[in-house]
Design a protein. Structure first.
Length: 446
């Protein structure tokens, strides 16, 4: 039977064409059988995969607390730098926590702790201090968890953890002092000093954590790039994280409810916001890429540094150059159960067939990627339709003495249109190039 292409996703380009088959054929050939000759040329094997254009990085700026959007210092399309102030949220609740913490800090700094008298009073005072500390840590951690900027959230949570460790040491020292008073081996003054120190540390930490929460109300750009107001488009669309090509994708906040059709998702200045409400998204499009899903049967052929071309539905006819940057080690599984691996490419400039420049793509645009994975130069080539596979081996029908003779061949670079013959056949030899599945040994051929 005639050999089918090795895989549906492999294409092949040849820079040397076979001699015209019409000139090599004869009117006396059996119906559907065409005789031609093996040729010599350069063959590129291409792996084809679908993918999407990716941005270098992106991050959505969200409100860290309930309040109102007091200032919006940028507009859609503006370019911003990483760390630039882009908006300010007014949160009365966060500011009240800071005011209360400031009052508590002033009170703790004013004098010694009031124990209420006796060992029981010392124990009660320590328990109140521990309870206040636990409450402050819980409130600070809750506020930090609501922040979607991963770097800021990580920093605030680390600050809470460090404060807890510091307070635990001071609280343990106060507890030891109270037990010493109870056992009669230490003076009351020592216990008072230890409890006072614990209260002061607790009050100072509560103030610093509340202050950090208020500072977080000043929103800064997580990356350098172009501003897009609001968050991602909708819950039905792929998340922006999936369209980021860098190693550290930033989390994307989601509004409390989907926006109504036809309503601008941008939050106006003065509007109420909740913790996690997306204010704006910054997208770094300075270096675009492509994420392609390559089937498991092809991925071992793809190498970092390999080259290819990219075609976009949005720019019909244009071709963009691309270079393989990395191949993921872990697979992705499609809804149908197929296994593929994500190949990440750097996207270059594109041109139309007439040489004019193609437009710059946008993240998320659908792409077809064609990667050149193998090449054979000055190689013997035959049409893929000339190859017949039987009993686990490949061969072609050669024309010798006017009769068909099956010749075993070893194939190299393979494709849909042409394949390379490594051994068993020489350029110029006459072979059956079409209708090979209709030929039998010894059959008369011109």
């Amino acid at each position: 039977m005639s050999r089918s292409p090795r895989r549906a996703t492999v294409l092949l380009l040849a820079c040397v064409l076979l001699p015209p088959l019409a000139a090599a054929s004869c009117g006396d050939e059996p119906s559907g059988v065409t005789v031609g000759t093996a040729a010599r040329g350069t063959v590129d094997e291409i792996v084809e995969a679908s993918g999407a254009v990716t941005a270098r990085a992106a991050g959505t700026v969200t409100s860290p607390a309930d309040g109102t959007l007091a200032e919006l210092r940028v507009d859609a399309g503006d370019r911003v730098r990483k760390g630039q102030v882009v908006a300010i949220v007014d949160s009365p609740a966060a500011e009240k926590r800071l005011d209360d913490a400031a009052e508590a800090l002033d009170a703790a700094s004013g004098g010694n702790v009031s124990t209420g008298g006796g060992a029981a009073g010392f124990t009660a005072a320590r328990r109140r201090t521990d309870a206040n500390a636990a409450k402050a840590f819980a409130a600070a951690r809750e506020a930090a968890e609501e922040i979607t900027d991963p770097a800021l959230r990580k920093a605030l949570l680390a600050q809470v953890a460090a404060a807890q460790r510091q307070y635990a040491a001071v609280s343990a020292a106060a507890g030891a002092a109270v037990r010493s008073v109870q056992s009669g081996v230490a003076s009351v003054a020592a216990a008072v000093d230890a409890l006072t120190a614990a209260q002061r540390v607790q009050a100072r930490q509560a103030y610093e954590l509340a202050e950090a929460s208020v500072d977080a109300l000043t929103l800064r750009a997580p990356v350098s790039g172009v501003v897009q107001l609001g968050g991602t488009a909708s819950t039905a669309a792929p998340s922006l994280t999936d369209l980021i090509s860098n190693a550290d994708p930033t989390a994307v906040g989601t509004p409390a409810q989907a926006p109504l059709p036809g309503v601008d998702v941008a939050v106006p200045v003065g509007a109420a916001v909740g913790a996690g409400t997306p204010i704006l998204t910054v997208v770094d499009v300075a270096g675009l890429g492509v994420a392609a899903e390559v089937d498991e049967t092809d991925v071992l052929l793809v190498k970092a540094g390999g080259t290819g071309t990219v075609e976009l539905d949005a720019a019909a006819g244009a071709r963009y150059v691309a270079t393989v940057r990395a191949i993921d080690l872990l697979p992705t599984t499609s809804a149908r159960g197929g296994v593929s691996y994500r190949v990440r490419l750097t996207l270059g400039r594109g041109t139309y067939p007439d040489g004019t420049a193609a437009p710059a793509p946008r993240p998320g645009m659908s792409a077809i990627v064609r990667l050149r994975v193998r090449q054979a130069t000055d190689a013997v080539t035959v049409p893929a339709s000339a190859v017949v596979s039987r009993d686990g081996g490949d061969g072609v029908w050669a024309v010798r003495g006017g009769k068909a003779e099956r010749v075993p061949v070893t194939l190299g670079v393979q494709g849909e249109d042409l394949v390379q013959v490594v051994s068993g056949l020489d350029a110029g030899q006459r072979i059956v190039v079409a209708g090979a599945d209709q030929v039998s040994p010894g059959q008369d051929l011109p």
